[in-house]
Design a binder for this molecule. Structure first.
Ligand SMILES: Cc1cc2nc3c(=O)[nH]c(=O)nc-3n(C[C@H](O)[C@H](O)[C@H](O)COP(=O)(O)OP(=O)(O)OC[C@H]3O[C@@H](n4cnc5c(N)ncnc54)[C@H](O)[C@@H]3O)c2cc1C
Length: 240
């Protein structure tokens, strides 16, 4: 749930593995009510819809390894969704495409510097490899989240089970432990590397969370108050 223009909020419900939110208002509210935490339902149950509900279905994340091709036309570089497309729910596609475009710019500048030095780099191959490096982190974030579900098809990288367990614990802290919330969003929006989620403050909270989490009576459970204010504060901090 995110604030947008004209004092409105955009509300997104997500389903996986054929458990999808319905496109009619009653079904949408029922789906919200079925979530394990009541905050979202409480926030929208009396809200006035200003548009119909729009549905977008996404079959799978898709990554193409052009950097591994032994032959490739010189001068052609593939980036954005054509190289790797993510489930939009992770909100990474535009950021990744922008980082890839910036990488392309670096490669072109490097190429310009090298021209005339007798050893011009092979632009396409060099650039495609650099782009593959950019994709690595968002791909890890998206696929590790998908591999939470045993039904997800695909080869699970080594250590994924342990990573999923840890990230599950971090998720559980998000919403009640501000540091975890801030770091989670920073990593999700690729402002910080995933290793940030292993910094001592979060590591301790994961293992000793009773001591570190706010007690429930300290939280104002009205979502119009604490949760929304907290999310707005986090978004404000991210902007700076
Ligand atoms: C519902 C949804 C929500 C999303 N939400 C987010 C989000 O919150 N945050 C985020 O970061 N990312 C989000 N994304 C992902 C993001 O939109 C994409 O990752 C990003 O737009 C990819 O940029 P692109 O330039 O590679 O492709 P596109 O933005 O798809 O651009 C490709 C362009 O090529 C044009 N084109 C296609 N074929 C041809 C042709 N033959 N000739 C000429 N032109 C052609 C298309 O019309 C289009 O304009 C979302 C995606 C969807 C579907």
């Amino acid at each position: 749930m995110v604030p947008i223009e004209n004092d409105c909020w955009i509300v997104t419900l997500v389903g996986w593995l054929r458990d999808y939110p319905p496109s009619n208002e009653t079904g949408f509210l029922d789906y919200a009510q079925s979530l394990p935490v009541a905050n979202l339902y409480e926030a929208i149950k009396d809200a006035e819809p200003v548009t119909p509900i729009f549905i977008h279905k996404f079959p799978a994340n898709q990554r193409r390894h052009y950097e591994l091709m032994s032959r490739f036309p010189e001068g052609l570089v593939i980036l954005g969704d054509a190289a790797c497309s993510f489930n939009p729910i992770y909100g990474q596609g535009m950021t990744t495409a922008a980082l890839e475009a910036s990488t392309l710019n670096d490669c072109l500048c490097q190429r310009r510097r090298n021209v005339g030095e007798g050893n011009p780099i092979r632009l396409t191959q060099h650039c495609q490899r650099a782009i593959a490096k950019v994709v690595k982190v968002p791909w890890l974030l998206a696929t590790s989240e998908d591999f939470h579900y045993p039904e997800t098809i695909g080869k699970r990288p080594k250590g994924m089970r342990l990573l999923n367990w840890y990230i599950g614990k971090v998720h559980a802290l998000v919403g009640s432990y501000p540091l975890a919330t801030l770091r989670f969003y920073e990593v999700l929006h690729m402002l910080k590397p995933p290793m940030t989620l292993f910094e001592p403050g979060i590591l301790f909270a994961v293992f000793f969370k009773r001591r570190f989490m706010l007690h429930s009576h300290e939280l104002d459970m009205n979502p119009h108050h604490s949760l929304q204010r907290h999310h707005v504060r986090v978004l404000e901090r991210l902007k700076h």
